[in-house]
Design a protein around this ligand. Structure first.
Ligand code: 13P
Ligand code: ZN
Length: 277
């Protein structure tokens, strides 16, 4: 039995996605965004190496909302209550591998940590939306960047479109990296299906979703790419608060300069679709 567990751990370690989880967990902890067990992440695997594909499955667990788009696919998911800093050191203890049933109505545990994140409803709903809208995005990172969360407390940012426009015009690279802006959801109960459904609807339009008073999530081709996106966005919130703390209300990159840059990179149309008047 112990030998089987050891072989499974070895197979889990051999996945390139596991090394990526380690790397990203390390940075989430270093950034101070994933305090305690705050935050979670997952990667979709469409095929598994034979050593993992042949593992015995646990009992089927119902999903809160059927996700047929994920049928027969696998998710490598951070465990509930696990610390990013611990996953960085011992990934097989914090990460779990799960297989979605062919009809998308349940999932089974395969290896690693068998207690997935409490935000599993969101991860499942978002991955299902990604398969349909941009299947190359296989990764989701959810974390708690304090400067971004602080901005969601401002009454002037009650309008999420305004918050996205003001923050993204704090820094030119951020604007170019996020021409679709980001969605800001009203407060929802953490771990709820309601939060998952709202987030899945939002990722069909943009790569970042801010959860008011809670945190943010990004999708990406890889966990590293999703973390990059959150770093670009966090930088804008940092600049915003530096200026506000100095008593300055930042005006941001002038509209004409923003338009020129976005047009130069062929991204103007994407920004023009959502920017507030
Ligand atoms: P988990 O430890 O269950 O992943 O929860 C952390 C979190 O950030 C919930 O939103
Ligand atoms: Zn959270």
């Amino acid at each position: 039995m112990a030998d089987v567990a050891r072989m499974t751990d070895t197979a889990l370690y051999a996945l390139p996605e596991t090394a990526e989880c380690q790397r990203v967990a390390h940075w989430l902890a270093l950034h101070g965004w994933s305090e305690g067990s705050g935050g979670n992440f997952s990667v979709r695997l469409d095929a598994l190496p034979a050593t993992l594909a042949s593992l015995n499955e646990g009992e089927p667990r119902p999903v809160p909302m059927a996700v047929p788009a994920l049928g027969r696919r696998h998710l490598l998911v951070s465990g509930t209550g696990t610390r990013a800093r611990d996953i960085a050191e011992a990934p097989h203890e914090g990460l779990g591998l799960f297989r979605i049933a062919p009809d998308g109505g349940s999932y089974t545990f395969l290896a690693g940590n068998d207690r997935p994140t409490s935000e599993m409803p969101s991860h499942l709903a978002i991955h299902a939306a990604l398969v349909e809208t941009r299947p190359e995005h296989r990764a989701i990172v959810h974390t708690h960047p304090p400067r971004l969360i602080a901005a969601t407390h401002l009454s002037e940012f009650e309008d999420g479109g305004r918050m996205a426009d003001v923050l993204l015009r704090m820094q030119s690279e951020a604007l170019l990296h996020l021409p679709d802006g980001f969605a800001v959801l009203p407060y929802h109960l953490p771990g709820s299906l309601e939060l998952g459904i709202a987030s899945a609807a939002a990722v069909r339009r943009c790569e970042v979703v801010v959860w008011r008073y809670h945190g943010a999530l990004a999708t990406g081709r890889s966990l590293d790419a999703a973390l990059d996106t959150l770093e670009y966005l966090d930088k804008t919130a940092e600049i915003y608060w530096i200026l506000r703390s100095a008593g300055i209300t930042p005006e941001g990159i002038p509209a004409a300069a923003a338009e020129q840059a976005l047009r130069a990179f062929g991204r103007w149309d994407r920004y023009a679709r959502w920017r507030p008047e």
